[in-house]
Design a protein around this ligand. Structure first.
Ligand code: XBP
Ligand code: MG
Length: 258
């Protein structure tokens, strides 16, 4: 039971895809296409089609949605759910291999903020719909072999019944941290992610990307191009109630008390 009743910022909860790194367009999308090829499927998700499919979170759920909409004859397939699970495992294999090749860097400011939060003794956690393998592969490829252990909690994939925009993954992470929603801030990139965090009552900062910049973020604390660096402040600010030009512990703490 959490006995600290103050609303001091105690933890920052990071989404992964689109927030820590631009994984969707040049990571997950090509990995899905490579898996389709391995399965002799003539399916190809181009950049635009993938943007449309992102309405559904979770790779397995996204494949099913695609089948229902564009390949309904596959609904007759025996053991469809198992087949989707295997196809998705193949996709994960390709995605992890792309990450290991160092093809996908962290977004601006992510490494700096993670290092600063650790230094300040603020807890850090992950709340994502992607698989645990993908989280570990991204963190180790970008922040080093030890980095998954820096996170107090990693909430990923099928650990909860309902993926974003449902609040389940954020509720699960809060429970593991033994903190209240008001002691935390979430950092997200998408409307589905924002809905999920807000449904768990967690104040949320958004960093947009090319797939999400037109989505509805009116209930976010701040909406920024990225986390920014002292040498490269964030640009294209949609909403920033602070004077900061890069996201750091002080900015998050101020935002949380607004
Ligand atoms: C992003 C997603 C994920 C990835 C694919 O969620 O929806 O499904 O596109 O990952 P978040 P998997 O931004 O919350 O991390 O294929 O491993 O499910
Ligand atoms: Mg995301």
């Amino acid at each position: 039971m959490n006995t600290d009743k103050t609303n001091k910022l105690r933890a920052v909860l990071f989404d992964v895809d689109g927030t820590l790194a631009d994984t969707e367009r040049d990571g997950h999308r090509p990995a899905f296409n490579l898996a389709f090829k391995e399965y002799d499927l003539d399916w190809h998700w181009d950049i635009e089609r993938y943007g449309e499919l992102l309405i559904v979170t979770g790779g397995k759920e996204r494949i099913r949605y695609f089948i229902e909409k564009y390949q309904p004859e596959y609904l007759q397939k025996d053991n469809l759910e198992d087949w989707i699970t295997d196809l998705h495992k193949t996709k994960t294999k390709y995605f992890v291999s792309l990450l290991k090749k160092g093809k996908i860097p962290l977004r601006p400011g992510v490494a700096r903020l993670i290092h600063q939060l650790r230094h300040e003794g603020i807890k850090i956690a992950i709340a994502t719909t992607t698989t645990p393998e993908n989280v570990t592969a991204l963190l180790t490829a970008t922040l080093g072999a030890d980095s998954p252990h820096w996170f107090d909690v990693i909430g990923a994939g099928d650990i909860v019944a309902n993926k974003k925009p449902a609040p389940d993954i954020y509720c699960w992470v809060l429970e593991q941290l033994n903190l209240s929603a008001q002691q935390c801030i979430a950092i997200e990139d998408s409307e589905n992610g924002l809905k999920s965090a807000l449904a768990a009552n967690i104040p949320t900062l958004i960093t947009i990307n090319s797939y999400t910049y037109q989505q509805n973020f009116s209930n976010a604390l701040a909406v920024l191009s990225d986390l920014g660096e002292p040498s490269q402040p964030f640009t294209g600010i949609i909403k920033n109630p602070t004077n900061n030009q890069w996201v750091d512990f002080n900015m998050l703490n101020n935002l949380q008390h607004q």
